[in-house]
Design a protein around this ligand. Structure first.
Ligand SMILES: [Zn+2]
Length: 367
C-alpha cells in the first residue's frame, strides 16, 4: 500500500501538532516532498547514515524518526560531517526523512512520556509542567435558530475539550444590530435600514493548533455574510500539553524495589540515582524522556521519584535529598517511542508497511 507523505504526516499531526514543538526544534518533513508517495517506512529513534543504509537495504522509501537529523541551518552539503552525509545519502537514494520530536514529547495522550508511564503502569497521568499561551477562546455571535449547527461544527472540529470533558461551551442571549449597505446581501434585514436581531454570544475553548480549523468549520455553518467573532488568547495552562508527565504507582514501593522495577520495566542495564533514605516509599513518579534536568524543581515539588536522562553532576544536587532522581540514559528513556510510531500508522493505515530499524543508534556504550 502506498500513501502520500502529507497524509502520513496528517496522522502524526493529529496526535502531536507540530506547532507544539519547542522553538529550538526542527520537527517535520526534513527530506522529501509532501506530494510524494511512499510504500514502506523504517522507524528509528535517530536518523544516521547507517539508518539510511538500512532503509535502502530493506526497500524503505521513508524514515520516521524522533530526533531531527538537521537542527541548524546547513550551508553546504559536501559530506564534511555525519549530518551532511546522512542528508546527502537520503536525497541520493530518494528516502524521505520525517521527524516528530518535542511535539511528541509535549502531549499527554499518546506521546513519549505516556509510553514510559504505560511501561511503568502509572495511573492518573498528568502533565508535569503544562504549557501556557497555547489556548484561545473563540467568541461568535450567531442568530437564534442557527446556534446548534455552529456548535456542532465546532465540536466536530475538536473545540471545547477540557480535561476529561468534551463539548464544553457557554452562551448568553442578547440583541445584535447591523445596517446592510450597498453591496451587501444580508441573510435578514433591508438595505439601508438598521436591523436588530436576537443573537447568541457563544464561547468555546480551543487550542492554538486547531483554532483556524474550528473557525473555518463554524463559519461554514453560520448564515451571515459577515460573521462577527473574536479570537481571545488566554493565559490559562493547557493541561494536556507540556513537559514531563507524572502519575501514581499502582502500589507504593520501597526505594530499592523501585530502582529494580525501573530496570526491569524499562529494560535498562544500569541507572544513576540520588541517595535517598532506603526506608522511604515511592508513591508518585514523574517521567521525561530525553534531557529532562530542567524539570527537576517541578518534580521536587510534585513527586517522590523522577526518571529522566542527561542529568549533569551538579544537577543531581538539585534533588536536595528529597527527590529520587534517576538518570536512565537518553536512548534508553526514548527507545519505546518507535512503538508510538507503529501505533499511529496502524490506526490510520493498517496496510502500510513499516519496520523497526535493527541498527542500534545509541552513541553511548556501557561495559
Ligand atoms: Zn531525545
Amino acid at each position: 500500500m502506498s500513501v502520500q507523505i502529507k497524509e502520513l504526516i496528517a496522522a502524526f499531526e493529529e496526535v502531536a501538532p507540530s506547532v507544539w514543538q519547542e522553538s529550538y526544534d526542527n520537527s517535520g518533513l526534513i527530506v522529501g516532498s509532501y506530494h510524494d508517495t511512499v510504500c514502506k517506512a523504517l522507524l528509528s529513534l535517530d536518523c544516521t547514515e547507517a539508518v539510511i543504509e538500512e532503509a535502502v537495504k530493506e526497500g524503505c522509501d521513508m524514515v520516521i524518526c524522533h530526533h531531527p537529523i538537521v537542527f541548524k541551518g546547513l550551508k553546504r552539503l559536501n559530506g564534511a560531517n555525519y549530518v551532511e552525509r546522512t542528508v546527502m545519502k537520503a536525497i541520493q537514494h530518494k528516502v524521505a526523512i520525517y521527524a516528530v520530536h518535542t511535539n511528541l514529547d509535549n502531549v499527554l495522550q499518546g506521546g513519549v512520556n505516556a509510553k514510559i508511564a504505560e511501561k511503568l503502569g502509572l495511573k492518573d497521568g498528568k502533565i508535569l509542567d503544562p504549557k501556557k499561551g497555547i489556548l484561545n477562546k473563540i467568541v461568535i455571535y450567531v442568530p437564534e435558530g442557527h446556534v446548534l449547527e455552529v456548535q456542532e461544527a465546532a465540536f466536530q472540529a475538536g473545540a471545547g475539550a477540557i480535561g476529561h470533558y468534551q463539548e464544553c461551551g457557554f452562551s448568553v442571549t442578547g440583541r445584535g444590530t447591523f445596517k446592510p449597505v450597498e453591496g451587501a446581501n444580508p441573510h435578514t434585514g433591508t438595505a439601508g435600514m438598521r436591523h436588530e436581531a436576537q443573537e447568541i454570544r457563544w464561547e468555546v475553548l480551543v487550542s492554538e493548533a486547531i483554532t483556524n480549523r474550528v473557525l473555518h468549520a463554524m463559519m461554514s455553518k453560520h448564515p451571515y455574510e459577515e460573521v462577527a467573532y473574536e479570537i481571545i488568547p488566554l493565559k490559562n495552562e493547557h493541561l494536556a500539553v507540556g513537559s514531563g508527565l507524572w502519575g501514581r504507582l499502582p502500589e507504593p514501593m520501597p526505594v530499592t524495589d523501585f530502582l529494580d522495577f525501573i530496570k526491569e520495566r524499562l529494560a535498562v542495564p544500569q541507572l544513576k540515582f540520588t541517595p535517598l533514605h532506603v526506608d522511604r516509599e515511592i508513591k508518585t513518579v514523574a517521567v521525561c524522556g530525553g534531557s529532562g534536568s530542567f524539570l527537576i524543581p517541578k518534580a521536587r515539588q510534585t513527586v517522590d521519584a523522577y526518571i529522566t536522562a542527561d542529568v549533569k553532576y551538579h544537577e543531581f544536587f538539585d534533588a536536595e535529598g528529597t527527590l529520587l532522581l534517576c538518570d536512565i540514559g537518553h536512548y534508553e528513556s526514548e527507545k519505546y517511542t518507535l512503538e508510538i510510531f507503529k501505533e499511529i500508522l496502524w490506526k490510520k493505515f493498517p496496510n502500510f508497511a513499516n519496520i523497526f530499524a535493527q541498527i542500534n543508534t545509541n552513541p553511548v556504550q556501557y561495559r
